[in-house]
Design a protein around this ligand. Structure first.
Ligand SMILES: Cc1cc2nc3c(=O)[nH]c(=O)nc-3n(C[C@H](O)[C@H](O)[C@H](O)COP(=O)(O)O)c2cc1C
Length: 373
């Protein structure tokens, strides 16, 4: 099957990726310690994957409070900003483009990850069921623990978090990123505001879909004020039920949010489809409705192969396809797509945490061909 569309250029807002193969955001828990600073190993990892039309970085915390797991990347200190600047410079030198994913985990956290053992925060005090987070214990050992029960954010705290998004966006701009992606997916803070099951607020930020979407819209608008709407994307995950999420109006919430993103002129919507973690698949009707409401670019992710990706593009239901696990295991994924494979298999045991093994040592097609057997 030809991959004419997938390998063709595309314009997303004011950014022009050379192909429609996007690297999906992938948390890898390998930021240098102490300080969660992107270091030389992270530079190498992203440089190897610069052949993507657009790289969306791993979720990157906007604040200390926004952290849910040990050794995830941040962008709220000068050192972190400088670390990211090095990553971007290296990827740009290889012709790649980068969008930084701005992240606040909300309730998907634990006191052991928070500063001074503070309780994690959320729109409402509801624990994420069946959700574990990766922590460092007091004795220095590591392990998974169930997410803590959060406390509900006071409305007066929301402008503070909003400013942290703005400050993080300013740092991302200074670090040279082409775009930023507001993470409103996969059960984290902004998704918690949007969904009926996690937002039981009775103030201006809860209740109707308009009110549940309000904080997300405020954040996106503020970030667009820094970067320009034509360099901002938003990730959503309607129907995803992992991380204890439930939303009785999941698709309606997303479509409502999309009307605001259209009004603001946001460059792209990135849909994390439910296939990989569970949840009802998105319907053709939903995809058509989203297209009708929203004129920006649509990126989709979730279990795609080059063939299903090409098909989705052919049908006009998306403008680019993001690949997560395939990119994790195949630094030269685009080069492998051209001749049609073969692909390395991702090793789930090394997804989260560790060193170069399972991170920067997946072979490229070239190196595999020349390696002695
Ligand atoms: C190891 C791993 C880490 C992930 N980290 C993030 C993340 O930081 N932000 C995010 O929005 N999605 C994250 N995801 C979801 C992926 O972006 C993507 O939606 C998912 O892997 C499905 O795509 P795939 O089938 O091509 O892997 C992660 C997935 C995996 C496997």
């Amino acid at each position: 099957m030809s991959l004419n569309k997938l390998l063709s250029p595309v314009t997303i807002g004011s950014v022009a990726p050379e192909n429609r193969v996007v690297m999906a955001p992938l948390t890898r828990n390998r930021a240098a310690q102490p300080g969660d600073v992107p270091g030389a190993m992270n530079v190498r990892y992203y440089e190897q994957r610069a052949g993507a039309g657009l790289i969306v970085t791993e979720g990157t915390q906007i604040s200390r409070q926004g952290q849910g797991y040990f050794a995830t990347a941040d962008i709220y200190t000068d050192e972190q900003e400088a670390g990211w600047a090095e990553v971007v410079k290296t990827v740009h030198a290889k012709g790649g483009k980068m969008s930084l994913q701005l992240w606040h985990v909300g309730r998907v956290s634990h006191r052991l990850v928070q500063e001074n053992m503070q309780v994690p925060v959320a729109p409402s005090a509801i624990r994420a069921e069946n959700t574990a987070v990766f922590v460092k214990h007091g004795d220095g050992s590591f392990g998974m623990v169930p997410a803590d029960e959060p406390r509900a954010l006071d409305a007066a705290e929301l402008p503070v978090i909003l400013r942290q998004y703005v400050e993080a966006a300013k740092r991302a701009r200074r670090a040279g990123f082409d775009m930023v992606e507001v993470h409103a997916a996969n059960g984290y803070l902004l998704h918690q505001f949007l969904a009926t099951g996690t937002n039981l607020r009775t103030d201006a930020y809860g209740g109707s879909v308009e009110k549940r979407a309000r904080f997300v819209v405020e954040v996106v608008e503020a970030v667009a004020g820094v970067f320009g709407a034509d360099r901002v994307g938003v990730r959503v995950s309607p129907n995803v039920v992992a991380f204890g999420m439930s939303d009785s109006e999941a698709q309606a919430s997303t479509l409502h949010l999309a009307t605001h993103l259209e009004r603001l002129g946001i460059a792209y919507i990135h849909i994390a489809e439910p296939d990989w973690v569970g949840g009802e698949a998105l319907s053709d009707d939903f995809r058509a409705e989203l297209r009708a409401i929203y004129g920006g670019k649509i990126i989709v992710a979730g279990n795609y192969t080059p063939e299903t990706a090409e098909e989705r593009l052919e049908k006009g239901q998306a403008d680019a396809i993001a690949f997560g696990r395939p990119f994790l295991a195949n630094p030269d994924l685009v080069e492998r797509f051209r001749p049609g494979g073969p692909l390395n298999t991702p090793d789930a045991a090394t997804f989260f945490g560790g060193g170069e093994a399972g991170y920067t040592d997946y072979p490229t097609l070239d190196s595999a061909l020349v390696s002695p057997e």
